[in-house]
Design a protein around this ligand. Structure first.
Ligand code: AP5
Length: 219
């Protein structure tokens, strides 16, 4: 199986998770979402989970060492399938350098960085309307992607729907600040490395998916 490793880059609510899940289904790629990993750590009640909970709820970034450690563990022990989708990682230049080193050590490379660009005005609407299936992780939205039967997951039939503690207007303001301060410099960094493609994240989900597919098929 051909392996393609990509980063999905974009602010909170850009649609990274939504697109990553489609690539998992359609191309057997492996989604590595540091946000999901940290949320798992919280619910499993580990010491690290307890430490990061308040940081995440307020919308701040968790320390580089913790997230780099999580990614390293997955890359060295997990199966790559059709390749990795880095979703929400890297988020700082230190994390970007660590990822480059890790991939090199494992004899792999980064094939593309896809920036999903959206206007800030749509993000609040997307974030406060989001809910996910607590069983399979499918992502929904009150307006843009409601479940077919209210409260029942289209994918697995579970009725365990959840809303994230950091999906509030207040936490979103802090998350946006962290994005512009720490993560947006990565756009210039990957552009300079000639790895960046920017796509329109304001388009409907299917159109965004087509744009992502185009980037992957060019590889
Ligand atoms: P994380 O879980 O990574 O959250 P995020 O980056 O803020 O991104 P989101 O998951 O909110 O948005 P998304 O782009 O995936 O959008 P989605 O597809 O769901 O991180 C959470 C926290 O963990 C951080 O704040 C930090 O504390 C910590 N953390 C994680 N990684 C870290 C790291 N590397 N370093 C340090 N700390 C880290 O879509 C949103 C909604 O919009 C959905 O309801 C969806 O249905 C809808 N939607 C999607 N696409 C469209 C479309 N095209 N049109 C209309 N609606 C759409």
């Amino acid at each position: 199986m051909t392996q393609t490793n990509i980063i999905l880059l974009g602010p909170p609510g850009a649609g990274k998770g939504t697109q990553a899940k489609r690539l998992v289904d359609e191309r057997q790629m492996v989604q590595l979402s540091t946000g999901d990993m940290l949320r798992e750590a919280r619910t499993s009640g580990t010491e690290m989970g307890r430490r990061v909970a308040a940081v995440m709820d307020a919308g701040h970034l968790v320390t580089d060492d913790i997230v780099i450690g999580l990614i390293e563990e997955r890359l060295t022990t997990g199966k790559a399938g059709g390749g990795y989708i880095f979703d929400g990682f890297p988020r700082t230049l230190k994390q970007a350098d660590a990822l480059g080193d890790l991939l090199q050590r494992l004899g792999q490379k980064l094939d593309a960085v896809i920036e999903i660009r959206v206007d800030d005005e749509v993000l609040k609407d997307r974030i406060v309307g989001r809910y996910t299936c607590g069983n399979c992780g499918a992502v929904y939205h009150d307006k843009y992607r409601p479940t077919k039967v209210p409260g029942v997951c289209d994918t697995c039939g579970s009725t365990n729907m959840k809303r994230r503690a950091d999906d509030t207007e207040e936490a979103l303001r802090t998350r946006m600040l962290a994005y512009y301060r720490d993560t947006s410099p990565l756009i210039g960094y990957y552009y300079a490395l000639r790895q960046l493609t920017t796509i329109d994240g304001l388009a409907p989900m299917d159109t965004v998916a087509e744009a992502v597919a185009k980037v992957l098929d060019k590889r």
